[in-house]
Design a protein around this ligand. Structure first.
Ligand code: AMP
Length: 282
């Protein structure tokens, strides 16, 4: 695996493959890899001739007072894990390479950026869509891989590439969980043992909602009440717990085919998000 730190080197490494007509997959990440990240790399490895992973802790998607400074980092470990997945290129640029002096552009997407994390983290999605646009322009991949764990982000990125005619296929891969249900996240590193136990309330809430739907109760109040009971039992007061269309994130009153139940909550120092699609695939 080659490690490159400049856009010029990234393009130089990818040019021969592109010239030969080989497919290129890109997995954008902020590092501190876990099985969720590795599952995206595996999917890319299976689909594409060349796999590039970007590792860049993007400051513009963190708000003031958020955890940018505390965010876990370990480039050596990440490089080892990526190499073991057969990744060809690890692109880990310095801050100035991505945002040189004079950088002054924001890519802002409408539609699915409204609500949920869009409200809870003002400016967050502008940071995401700006860096994703830049990474897609830097690597020009055929396919870019994202996780369903960040369901709103995946919808926003799909909208970004559709609205701006960016020639890339967006692949969204399933959420990887610990055996007990906790969704993997780099932020789980912040959790003390007792907090980790409480954090299980999120996935339990989603499972309770699934059981409610499986039992034939499809109205939002019943589904949300089942989820909220589990959150209460874990002592979790969510930032949001909402049912939205899994296609466009519009609020819904009833589970109707393809509905996203999304939750965000602070557990100790960690802000955790999780979601499930109820009532079928989008
Ligand atoms: P991050 O480094 O947190 O920005 O995540 C990089 C990519 O990995 C994003 O597309 C995430 O949605 C995805 N990802 C993070 N956690 C998981 C998970 N538990 N399962 C699947 N994908 C994930």
């Amino acid at each position: 695996m080659r490690i490159v730190r400049t856009v010029a080197d990234l393009r130089a490494e990818l040019a021969p493959a592109r010239g030969a007509g080989h497919s290129i997959g890109l997995v954008p990440t902020m590092g501190y890899f876990h099985e969720g990240h590795l599952s995206l790399m595996r999917q890319a490895r299976g689909d594409c001739d060349v796999v590039a992973v970007s590792l860049f802790l993007n400051p513009t998607q963190f708000g003031e007072g958020e955890d940018l400074d505390a965010y876990p980092r370990d480039e050596r470990r990440d490089a080892r894990l990526a190499e073991a997945e057969g990744v060809d290129l690890l692109f880990t640029p310095a801050l100035e390479e991505v945002y040189p002096d004079g950088f002054d552009t924001v890519v802002a997407v409408g539609g699915p950026t409204a609500g949920l994390d869009g409200d809870a983290r003002p400016g967050h999605f502008d940071g995401v869509t700006t860096i994703v646009t830049k990474l897609l322009n830097m690597a020009c991949p055929d396919v870019a891989y994202f996780g369903q764990k960040d369901a709103q982000q995946a919808l926003v990125v799909r909208k970004l590439v559709r609205d701006l005619d960016i020639p890339v296929r967006i692949a969204v891969c399933p959420t990887v969980r610990e055996p007990d249900g906790l969704a993997l996240s780099s932020r789980n590193a912040y959790l003390e043992e007792a907090e980790r136990e409480r954090a299980l309330g999120l996935s339990r809430a989603l499972r309770a909602a699934e059981r409610t739907v499986a039992g034939g109760r499809l109205d939002a109040p019943a589904v949300l009440a089942a989820a909220r009971d589990e959150l209460d039992a874990a002592g979790i007061d969510p930032e949001y717990l909402e049912l939205r269309s899994a296609r466009d994130l519009e609020p819904v009153e009833r589970v109707n085919g393809s509905t996203l139940l999304a939750v965000a909550a602070r557990v100790g120092c960690a802000r955790l998000i999780d979601n499930v699609i109820l009532g079928g695939t989008p």
